[in-house]
Design a protein around this ligand. Structure first.
Ligand SMILES: [Zn+2]
Length: 359
């Protein structure tokens, strides 16, 4: 990225009310067939424009063409029966009715390739694309075929790798894998979580990211967070393993969360997408609050590796709130950029020469 502190979002942005019911997860589409396909594209364009107007540097599709960050990907795979539903407890936290794996899983055709090419055609700037991670996919399904979370994760990792290679060919600069499940199943992260993630990014030349958060601002998540105590140290379990992995960027939650900022030290050397926007609150941060979070992060991340971002996706937020938060993110990053530039200018220039050159 050409400039310091390039801004981006963790992923999803709210959809227009004409496309799907707002402020709702798994919100059903309001149309179907060709009309739906065209409307999704229109929403993608709008979402891109909103990011650009807000000054976001690394833009995305705002996940406008997907109903949910995990299920929409799974819908495109064979071996999963969406009619046969079972109730499971997602991330040990909330019950949901999910589809069933009934046979070998396979990707019959590309899932997001066309959407990614469409986004690529709209901008010359860097673009990021989010995919679910293998462990989070396994955790959002009922498996009646492999009967092993690990086996299924390896299958998904191979499928995700095929998809990622196509996204890379479509011109995506950063491919991000969403792994909120990493914050819950620490033993599995060690046993096969990181390994399957490495399989998903195998052979990619574009940059890769992993997003690990405390979830959308829905009740099940806020209730869970209330049980986590005064310090959230989940990242402490995962970061040392990620530090030695091949992933280039780590996207994490910071602002308004109880994550001790010094845990970022554990991934020294990685690029860090620091969440400086709370997605569990409708209150729009001030640019100064964003700058404050970024300054704290700079104690543990080198400036050229700090990527200001949001804590998680903003899909469930009202649109005007999300818009305001994007602008605050840009403005906050700009404050810190100026501070860094001023600090850098000081020791290398002589006062007298500078005023002479300027006159
Ligand atoms: Zn998230």
């Amino acid at each position: 990225m050409s400039r310091l502190l390039p801004t981006s979002t963790a992923g999803s942005l709210p959809k227009p009310a004409w496309l799907a019911e707002p402020e709702k997860l798994w919100s059903p589409w309001k149309m179907e067939g060709d009309q739906l396909a065209e409307s999704k594209r229109d929403a993608l364009l709008l979402s891109l424009a909103e990011q650009q107007l807000a000054g976001i540097d690394i833009v995305s599709d705002g996940e406008q063409t997907r109903q949910h960050f995990v299920t929409t990907f799974i819908e495109h795979l064979s071996g999963v029966d969406f009619e046969q539903r079972e109730t499971v407890t997602i991330r040990n936290r909330y019950e949901a009715s999910v589809p069933t794996v009934v046979g070998p899983v396979a990707r019959e055709k590309p899932v997001f390739g066309e959407d990614a090419r469409y986004l690529r055609a709209q901008t010359g700037g860097p673009i990021k694309w989010a995919l679910p991670g293998p462990m989070t996919m396994v955790d959002t399904l009922y498996d009646a075929h492999y009967k092993s979370r690990e086996k299924l994760a390896w299958e998904f990792a191979a499928i995700l790798n095929e998809e990622a290679r196509e996204l890379e060919a479509a011109g995506v600069d950063i491919i991000q894998f969403d792994e909120p499940a990493f914050n819950v199943f620490f033993n599995e992260v060690s046993d096969w979580g990181i390994a399957t993630l490495e399989r998903a990014i195998e052979g990619l030349k574009c940059e890769t990211a992993v997003h690990i958060c405390y979830g959308y601002g829905i009740k099940a998540n806020t209730d869970w967070k209330a049980t986590l105590g005064s310090e959230w140290r989940q990242y402490e379990e995962i970061f040392p393993k990620l530090q030695t992995s091949g992933v280039d960027l780590v996207s994490l939650e910071c602002h308004n969360s109880r994550v001790p900022m010094d845990l970022i030290e554990l991934i020294r050397g990685k690029k860090v997408m620091v969440g400086a926007i709370d997605v569990a609150s409708d209150r729009i941060e001030t640019p100064e609050e964003v700058a404050g979070t970024l300054r704290k992060a700079l104690q543990f991340v080198d400036p050229d590796k700090l990527y200001p971002s949001t804590n998680c996706g903003m899909a469930p937020l009202p649109r005007e709130v999300a818009r305001g938060k994007l602008k605050a993110l840009s403005a906050g990053a700009e404050i810190v950029r100026k501070e860094l530039a001023a600090a850098q200018a000081k020791p290398t220039h002589h006062q007298g020469e500078e005023s002479f050159a300027a006159s």
